[in-house]
Design a protein around this ligand. Structure first.
Ligand code: PEP
Length: 255
């Protein structure tokens, strides 16, 4: 059985003191918990990697970045590279988030280069894919997903700790969650694609997270689905009570 992953994507939120407060609260709440194969990842803005690492070392909480440059080093003002993330001992990095695809023209080709760069430095990518509302309404969701998968994983050995996050764009930050049936259908489609392109064994290993308005009240129904292995959580990961509640639900389902 795959373990469950509860990952928080903070996006561009929290000041330094709010970060400190959150970490104090979160670690206070998680210190006594038996995580039972539930993996916690937090993806803060890169400025806060160090303080996050200070709080999470010796604890079962991983830190991830929200983005990485496709280049290793050089004149790319404002960018952060995979060797830099690796030098900060980061475990994960989100790539291909729909906000980066939309605002920073991140194509599948760029996503592919970023994944390769991360793998070279032993950082596990969290690869986001998902359709827009108009694509869903046109009935081309699976075509879009297949195209994103083929582009993102071109020439990549999926036999590593790659995490895929299915995040329907229409559900991100909107309060509209995909129903568990809608989400499971696409998660199963993704797993079948991995089976076809790689192998059954790899498909059974890869974690596929759901993202898009996942909250304490809907997480259980979603992660109950056989192909949903946890969540990539935006808004609700910013509030300790909500994030903690979602961790509790995941733990209770792994007991
Ligand atoms: C996200 O941005 O990855 C996300 C899922 O956001 P939210 O939970 O706020 O919809």
């Amino acid at each position: 059985m795959r373990d469950l992953i509860i990952a928080g994507n903070w996006k561009m939120n929290k000041t330094f003191s709010e970060t400190e407060e959150f970490l104090l609260e979160l670690t206070k709440r998680t210190d006594d918990k038996q995580l039972n194969d539930v993996k916690i990842i937090i993806c803060p803005p890169s400025l806060y990697f160090e303080i996050c690492s200070d709080f999470t070392q010796d604890r079962e909480i991983s830190i991830g970045a929200q983005n990485v440059s496709e280049h290793e080093f050089g004149a790319y003002t404002g960018e952060i590279s995979a060797p830099m993330l690796s030098s900060m001992d980061l475990d994960n990095c989100i790539v291909g988030h729909s906000e980066r695809r939309k605002y920073f023209a991140e194509s599948d080709k760029i996503v592919n280069s970023k994944i390769k760069s991360l793998l070279e430095y032993d950082i596990d990518p969290i690869v986001c894919i998902g359709e827009s509302l108009s694509q869903r309404e046109k009935g081309i969701t699976k075509d879009v997903i297949q195209q994103q998968l083929s582009g993102a994983f071109k020439d990549i050995d999926l036999n590593s700790n790659i995490i895929i996050a299915y995040e329907p764009i229409w559900a991100i930050g909107t309060g509209k969650t995909a129903s568990s049936k809608q989400a499971q259908e696409i998660h199963k489609f993704i797993r079948n694609w991995i089976k076809k392109e790689y192998s059954n064994k790899i498909a059974e290993k890869v974690h596929i997270l759901y993202g898009g308005s996942m909250k304490p009240h809907n997480i259980e129904e979603l992660i109950k689905q056989p192909d949903i292995d946890g969540g990539l959580i935006g808004g609700a990961s910013l509030v300790t009570e909500k994030f903690n509640k979602m961790i509790d639900v995941a733990i209770s389902m792994r007991k």
